[in-house]
Design a binder for this molecule. Structure first.
Ligand code: F6R
Ligand code: ZN
Length: 188
């Protein structure tokens, strides 16, 4: 008889709310400037960054939870401070592969925005910071943007089986960007 793929043992994990790190992650995804080609408005500024050390833009710490319906996937997203030209560091952004699945982001440290869009053109930039939760409804693509000078750390929870669709966002982009203009975040 086939074993049920949703079965797993209960567990706990330490989360360092100051450093924005998971005590014992099973997987760490690291995205550097060179993984962000095509995402920022100023392509020349991104090329210069890649040539000058290719800094890490963000890390995602995950536990190995079965990626099937019934589970809740958890992760810590740590987005470093920085700018590409005048545009703040951000994540690639994605729809979920199963588009009708939501996600909760709890702001743990730092501050910035969760930029969300639908395929029919709605776009919302919702502030996220320590102590603030952002609800990403089903069908909304989402990208975090760090407007602070410390890491923007979020604790994320989303349904098992949701998956990630990066391809549509690579093609469509987001209708808004957030730039540092004379020291303050400006949405354009
Ligand atoms: C999971 C989720 C977050 C992001 C993370 C990195 O569904 O939304 O854990 O995966 O913030 O962003 P992306 O995946 O857009 O590179
Ligand atoms: Zn997501």
């Amino acid at each position: 008889m086939m074993e049920n793929p949703a079965l797993c043992m209960p567990f706990g994990v330490d989360i360092d709310l100051i450093k924005g790190a998971m005590g014992d992650p099973d997987r760490v995804i690291v995205r550097k400037a060179s993984n962000m080609i095509g995402m920022y408005a100023d392509e020349a500024a991104l090329s210069r960054l890649i040539e000058h050390g290719d800094p890490v833009h963000y890390e995602v710490f995950e536990k190995a939870i079965p990626d099937v319906e019934g589970h809740l996937i958890i992760c810590i997203s740590k987005l470093y401070p920085g700018k590409v030209g005048e545009e703040y560091y951000m994540t690639k952004g994605h729809y979920h592969m199963v588009a009708g699945t939501a996600e909760i982001y709890l702001g743990v440290a730092g501050q910035g925005f969760m930029l969300m869009k639908t395929s029919d053109g709605k776009c919302v930039a919702e502030p996220i910071r320590h102590g603030r939760m952002v609800y990403v409804p089903p069908y909304w693509a989402h990208r975090s943007i760090n407007t602070d000078d410390v890491p923007l750390v979020s604790f994320c929870v989303y349904p098992g089986g949701a998956g990630h669709n990066y391809g549509d966002i690579e093609k469509e982009g987001f209708p808004k960007r957030i730039f540092n203009k004379h020291g303050v975040p400006v949405t354009q």
